[in-house]
Ligand binder design. Structure first.
Ligand code: SAM
Length: 327
């Protein structure tokens, strides 16, 4: 079992399959972001992912989420999904949805139950202005395809002030007849994404907008939940808010991250990672490194809060962008 020094059990691993993405979302992978992609040789192969995962599972990991970059652009994504499906874990994926139609049978074969799809606008033109790609119809069709095939579909929406905050009610309206679960995410700062505190639309502001139009009920949080969950009575779907900026939820954190070049991060905001891949390639046992990395975890926000100015534009810096560490 992987426990940190605050006695938090770590049983959830998020694996970034690639640091590349086919979209250019302004808040994550903007066109002008200086990208030093990992060389193919430094990227974990399907076999290495399998070997590393086996060590995590042996140490109590119960849930694995594949992310990126865009996980489904990897040529061997099907092989990886199927190989990981043999482990006794809950396997999930976060995707921009563009290639879901090519993977739906693989998802079923792998026993995947839940798929998170990112969609920041319900307006085609705005979707284009955020992502710089004309994929709105494909993504919305693929969300319909997932719902029709009984997947639990969560839709990730990064809420940015004056960009898409006005669409919050439309997202809630969507949950009336369609069982989609909207997750409003507070805009977080990462290298090159032009974050400023004024662009953050907080948990409280999101709820204020919703309450002006809908009567909603709060659901009880489960242990390790990163989001606060709500539902509107008689709606088929639900909504949740991920309040990393205004109300961080580090208390019950059970997450670890593995980048596509095989570095383990004990927090999304950790300043450095532990190189598992080099050690594996040298034929070493990576288990002690994993345990050490978990033990070294700060209580909150990768230690950034220790400066007491979390969220201050000048102090929140990150060694890697969101796209390279894996969202
Ligand atoms: N390509 C996949 C996708 O689009 O979902 C997976 C990777 S993406 C980095 C994972 C999630 O991180 C997405 O839901 C995205 O909206 C979120 N994300 C990226 N940058 C963010 C930021 N600056 N603030 C909040 N959420 C962010």
């Amino acid at each position: 079992m992987l426990k940190d020094k605050f006695n938090r059990i770590h049983d959830y691993l998020r694996i970034s399959l690639t640091d590349k993405c086919n979209l250019r979302c302004s808040y994550c992978n903007p066109n002008d972001l200086a990208k030093g992609f990992f060389a193919n040789s430094s990227r974990m192969t399907a076999n290495e992912i399998d070997q590393i995962v086996s060590v995590f599972v042996k140490n109590g990991v119960k849930k694995i989420r594949l992310t990126g970059g865009e996980p489904l652009i990897r040529k061997d994504a099907k092989e990886i999904i199927l190989r990981l499906s043999k482990y006794p874990v809950e396997l999930a994926i976060t995707t921009n949805g563009v290639f879901v139609n090519e993977f739906i049978e693989t998802f079923k074969e792998a026993g995947l139950k839940s798929v998170n799809v990112s969609l920041d606008s319900l307006l085609k033109e705005k979707y284009f202005s955020i992502t710089q790609r004309d994929k709105f119809d494909r993504v919305t069709d693929n969300i319909k395809l997932l719902v029709a095939n009984d997947f639990h579909v969560k839709v990730n929406v990064v809420v940015m002030k004056d960009i898409n905050d006005s669409e919050i009610p439309e997202f809630i309206q969507w949950t009336k007849d369609v069982p989609v679960h909207i997750r409003f995410i507070e805009f977080m700062p990462f290298t090159g994404n032009k974050w400023s505190s004024e662009k953050v639309f907080s948990h409280k502001q999101i709820l204020n907008i919703i309450s002006s139009k809908y009567h909603y009920i709060k659901l009880l949080n489960e242990k390790n939940d990163t989001s606060k969950k709500y539902f509107v009575p008689n709606h088929k779907g639900s909504f949740a808010i991920i309040s990393t900026m205004s109300e961080p939820f580090c208390n019950g954190c059970n997450r670890m991250r593995l980048t596509s070049d095989g570095k383990m991060y004990n927090c999304l905001f950790a300043k450095a990672g532990t190189d598992l891949l080099t050690s594996l390639r040298l034929g070493n046992n990576i288990e002690p490194l994993i345990k050490e990395c978990v033990q070294g975890k700060s209580f909150m926000l990768g230690g950034n809060n220790e400066t007491k100015n979390w969220g201050n534009q000048t102090t929140v810096t990150h060694e890697r962008s969101m796209i390279s560490i894996g969202g």
